[in-house]
Design a binder for this molecule. Sequence first.
Ligand SMILES: *[C@@H]1O[C@H](CO)[C@@H](O)[C@H](O)[C@H]1NC(C)=O
Ligand SMILES: *[C@@H]1O[C@H](CO)[C@@H](O)[C@H](O)[C@H]1NC(C)=O
Ligand SMILES: *[C@@H]1O[C@H](CO)[C@@H](O)[C@H](O)[C@H]1NC(C)=O
Ligand SMILES: *[C@@H]1O[C@H](CO)[C@@H](O)[C@H](O)[C@H]1NC(C)=O
Ligand SMILES: *[C@@H]1O[C@H](CO)[C@@H](O)[C@H](O)[C@H]1NC(C)=O
Ligand SMILES: *[C@@H]1O[C@H](CO)[C@@H](O)[C@H](O)[C@H]1NC(C)=O
Length: 566
Amino acid sequence: MKFLIKSALLHILVLLLVYNLSNCVNGHDDSVTRQLQRPGPQYYPSRGEPWPKPQLRNLYNDSIMIIRPPIFRFKVLRYTCDMVEDALKRYYSIILKTVSHSAPIVNLANAKHNKSWKSDPGFKGYLDVLQVDLMAPCESMPHESMDEAYEIKIGTSGFEGTGLLTASSNWGILRGLETFVQLLYPADDFSSIQIKTTLILDYPRFSYRSVLLDTSRHFLSMKILKQNLDLMAFNKYNVFHWHIVDDQSFPYQSRKFPQLSDKGAYQPYTHVYTQQNIAEIIEYARLRGIRVVAEFDTPGHTQAWGPAIPGLLTPCYNKEGQPDGTFGPIDPTNEKNFEFIHSFFEEVVSVFPDKYLHLGGDEVYYDCWKSSPLIAAFMAQQNMTDYAEVEQYYMQRLVNIVQSYPKNSSYIVWQETIDNGVQVKKDAIVHVWKNVNVPQEMSHVTSLGYKTLFSSCWYLNKISYGIDWTTYYDCDPQNFNGTNAQKRLVLGGGPAMWTEYVDSANIIARLWPRASLPAERLWSDANVRNKSDAARRLEEHRCRLLKRGYQLQPPNGPGFCGVEWD
Ligand SMILES: *[C@@H]1O[C@H](CO)[C@@H](O)[C@H](O)[C@H]1NC(C)=O
Ligand SMILES: *[C@@H]1O[C@H](CO)[C@@H](O)[C@H](O)[C@H]1NC(C)=O
Ligand SMILES: *[C@@H]1O[C@H](CO)[C@@H](O)[C@H](O)[C@H]1NC(C)=O
Ligand SMILES: *[C@@H]1O[C@H](CO)[C@@H](O)[C@H](O)[C@H]1NC(C)=O
Ligand SMILES: *[C@@H]1O[C@H](CO)[C@@H](O)[C@H](O)[C@H]1NC(C)=O
Ligand SMILES: *[C@@H]1O[C@H](CO)[C@@H](O)[C@H](O)[C@H]1NC(C)=O
């Protein structure tokens, strides 16, 4: 522990020096998006450069070590646990995959490779063992303040001929293993797998780094949800924001209220997540150091809840003052609805172990409430003059309910709750998503003292022709005018993939590697902004994930991977 902290301080000093030298690359870099008029790819991939970029990385003398997969192994030094052992197996098989996709080097143990390397001046030996030193017992569930820092030494002075991964927590070991395998790259002639001698000291800039998937507009298969969790781990994301239900369908199969998915799912047998499915996703995510934060959005976006729970939604009225057969947000005048909410969310917080629960609260349209004489009577009785007060009344009671359970969840609400002037308690976390007046909104929300999440410029469901990742890369959650205290209220955030126009057939390719850009923005230092450098690393990153068996789209225009998808 002490050792890590000391070397962290030292490296921060070095880091400050490095930044002063490299701090001149802000702003838009045209050469990244301009189509080059010459033969060859737009960008040649970098070699053995990790994504997201580590906080500190030193290279030594351009020297390299060689990995021989049949001999290579991990060696655990101190603590370990199922999660660590599982990760070691996973990453070992990723190393083998890297090899098996580089066809000419299948016979790595064979003699001709020893010969060629011994004479190379940069050759610093074979890296046959990576020592994995976890300095404290494992934690079992990923949580909001988990420690993800780690350090890697490959053939550095004092460590000649060896490799070491150190972390104070199992979360750091998971992140470090990902970085380690990203450091491996094939030699030009595919004759071996190399790693540069290096020192890496790394930790995340933001603690909350999420990917939102919407499973209501289109149902996503278990296989795709797991693939997405794999890709999240490869990009050091740590929260799966599961926007599980919405207006169009209700695929969550409730224990207490099975009629919700019976009547609200697209199909009640094939298009639902059973309790077992959900437990499986939570476990799969846990093993990768990823939290699952569920969103059950209310009081708007609830059309699919309506058929199962009579009286839940507000009936809308026509000009003649008659119910017109359509429904609006949840009806807060019906006291029984709060009994249902109490019972339903009690189940939700027991099913999803994370302390955080996303309560939604976005896009509550007042038209239906305005048409309703029952709402008018309720407002008169409550001395309300504004529909925002109706929304506030609902949200406040919802929050009180959620906080009345022994678990006392932390809750997240979308920004409209604040925009509409709804008063929520100071412990709310506000999720900013609209892409208008973003710096002003961030200033406003943080000036009110709320912890804040940011997704505004990362709506990856929106697409256009050409290189689009530079926009996602330039965007920064702390790019607003505010005090340091305000900036510190920003916990992170992440991209969203709403599924109107994607489903299991195309979501992976559309989301990745575009979601890698916010991943680096959220993990790496704020000064990591060099787009020419990012372009080459992104090219390598995409190719390496392709090799691991995922169908990601090409991010940079014309180009090729060392090994293509087949
Ligand atoms: C780098 O090379 C120099 C000169 O060959 C040598 O003295 C030094 O120890 C090397 N440093 C590392 C970290 O290998
Ligand atoms: C190649 O290296 C391996 C492991 O060090 C050794 O067992 C083998 O004898 C070497 N082969 C040759 C031809 O030097
Ligand atoms: C509404 O206002 C009246 C008169 O000021 C007051 O008597 C009543 O208690 C208020 N009702 C609520 C629910 O605040
Ligand atoms: C629940 O947590 C909040 C802070 O997140 C705290 O203010 C509140 O007192 C807690 N309530 C209970 C009942 O523990
Ligand atoms: C911060 O305030 C200055 C001065 O009002 C303004 O020029 C600048 O655009 C603001 N920055 C952001 C990110 O809003
Ligand atoms: C940005 O990255 C490119 C490519 O790695 C490099 O050539 C260039 O020097 C970098 N620019 C700065 C200012 O560091």
